[in-house]
Design a protein around this ligand. Structure first.
Ligand SMILES: Cc1cc2nc3c(=O)[nH]c(=O)nc-3n(C[C@H](O)[C@H](O)[C@H](O)COP(=O)(O)OP(=O)(O)OC[C@H]3O[C@@H](n4cnc5c(N)ncnc54)[C@H](O)[C@@H]3O)c2cc1C
Length: 444
């Protein structure tokens, strides 16, 4: 049940509560009893897709492709789309902003789904309603694809002051928006000293991204002839994935500029004094890109669909079937993209390519179900391809691609990975071809 307090808290409305509830929105018992509907109830089958990122955009388009009669509503809080993939080359000015930003109206108009540009503040699964700040929308099927949220608690507990300070002064730039602009400015204005990048512990969005980012920051330092080093603090025993490819780039292209410190689990951060204490020693920095631990985005928590561990504690990631992406607790809800939990012996990567591939599968599953047919779980499997730019002059990249096979007898998923660690200009060209194809798939 969604309560008045939950709604206001998740809306971030606090002091604005009176203005928001000028109509009688809530009953005394705190259950929502009245809020205007944003659109009439569905006449046929309505799928509400929450989150217009890589997963949400794909599922919305492909649902309409599968069956134009499905009423598809995509709700996204941002006015425009900014791509995290290729944002690292953009930091080094290898591409311009136009290459990685897109509008939401064009695909909605072209593919025929409705686009609602608003923030989702509550989900009531028992009444099959999604609440935005302007009203509610009813659904038959719900797709939650909110991406990730930052989780600073392992470092700062509940010290909101410290969390706010760190996020503001050392923006992670792991969720698209102004953090990326702030990070770019920092890098280009950096004068001298150590620039630290922290690799988050546990599962996080795009595992190779911090290592690629280190190359692109080093590229800027090299071009600007800055007396600076990029220090990567990595809690893992070694760089992964594409470890040998990144190491070769650090040793051959950015020697003396990039340094990786492995087994460096963060014990303490003092963002004011600019010191990070780790299991591999203490590091003083001139500036930093502090990327924190991560969890499934807020909407999965709102919908109460987070997986629990054996002790009943939240794992932080969504509780879905890894073959159908259906929520275990609710057959009308699908959980897609970076929110996904590791399951059946495989940790699916939290990548845009994988999210796009999941979106196509889920569109088929929902459309088939609406048509009264079931797709056999495991007959459609996702895939992943991930390029990393490791040199800016000349532009060179490395790549990993992974296919997944499902063994029904053993109820196990096996990944089959292929990595090219030898960087090349041909792979840099393929990087941009891949990105163009993905943007085309979602937007034009
Ligand atoms: C630096 C970096 C580089 C990367 N490089 C690559 C790469 O080369 N290749 C690759 O495949 N992947 C890459 N990724 C990973 C990729 O960006 C993610 O895996 C992908 O964005 C996941 O898609 P998603 O749909 O799950 O989440 P997102 O794309 O984050 O979309 C989630 C959407 O939900 C919206 N949302 C959340 N809450 C609400 C709410 N309450 N109301 C309304 N809307 C809401 C958000 O605004 C957002 O637009 C990279 C990531 C980073 C950070």
């Amino acid at each position: 049940m969604v309560t008045r307090r939950d709604l206001l808290k998740s809306a971030g409305l606090g002091a604005l509560a009176l203005g928001f509830s000028s109509q009688p929105v809530f009953a005394a018992g705190e259950k929502i009893v009245k809020m205007e509907a944003l659109m009439p109830p569905p006449k046929g089958n309505r799928v509400v897709v929450c989150g217009g990122g890589w997963a949400g955009l794909t599922v919305a388009k492909y649902l309409k492709r599968e069956n134009p009669n499905i009423d598809v509503v995509l709700i996204e809080q941002r006015p425009n789309f900014f791509s995290c993939p290729i944002s690292n080359p953009w930091l080094a000015n290898l591409v311009n902003l136009d290459f990685i930003s897109y509008d939401y109206n064009q695909p909605a108009a072209k593919y025929g789904y409705r686009f609602v540009n608003d923030r989702i503040i509550a989900i009531e699964r028992d009444r099959r309603r999604v609440y935005t700040t302007k009203g509610y929308i009813e659904y038959n099927y719900l797709v939650l694809a909110p991406g990730i949220r930052y989780n600073y608690a392992p470092w700062f507990g509940d010290n909101q002051e410290l969390i706010r300070y760190t996020k503001l002064n050392y923006p992670p730039a792991y969720i698209p928006g102004s953090e990326h602009l702030a990070l770019k400015r920092k890098i280009w204005e950096f004068e001298e000293g150590d620039f630290v990048i922290t690799v988050p512990p546990g599962a996080y969005r795009c595992p190779p991204a911090p290592y690629e980012r280190a190359c692109m920051v080093a590229e800027v330092f090299k071009r600007n002839k800055v007396k600076g080093r990029v220090i990567i603090l990595d809690p893992k025993d070694d760089i992964a994935p594409k470890g040998p490819g990144f190491r070769m780039a650090y040793e051959q292209v950015y020697l003396g500029i990039v340094e990786v410190v492995t087994k460096a689990s963060i014990k303490e951060i003092d963002p004011m004094k600019k010191v990070i204490k780790t299991t591999a020693g203490d590091f003083k920095f001139a500036d930093a890109n502090i990327i924190p631990p991560q969890q499934a985005g807020e909407l999965v928590w709102m919908a109460d669909l987070i997986a629990k561990d054996k002790e009943g504690k939240p794992t932080g990631w969504a509780d879905q079937d890894p073959l159908t992406f259906q929520a275990k607790a609710d057959p009308n809800v699908f959980l897609l993209g970076d929110v996904i939990s590791p399951a059946l012996g495989v940790a699916y990567p939290k990548s845009g390519h994988h999210a796009n591939s999941q979106g196509k599968i889920v569109a088929k599953i929902i459309a088939s179900r609406i048509a009264g047919k079931e797709i056999k779980p495991g007959s459609l499997m996702p895939e992943n391809v991930c390029y990393s730019m490791v040199n800016g002059s000349p532009q060179e990249a490395i790549v990993i691609s992974v296919n997944y096979e499902y063994n029904e007898k053993e109820n196990k998923i096996t990944p089959r990975a292929r990595t090219i660690n030898d960087r090349s200009e041909a792979l840099a060209k393929s990087t941009y071809e891949w990105a163009r194809a993905m943007y085309r798939d979602m937007f034009s």
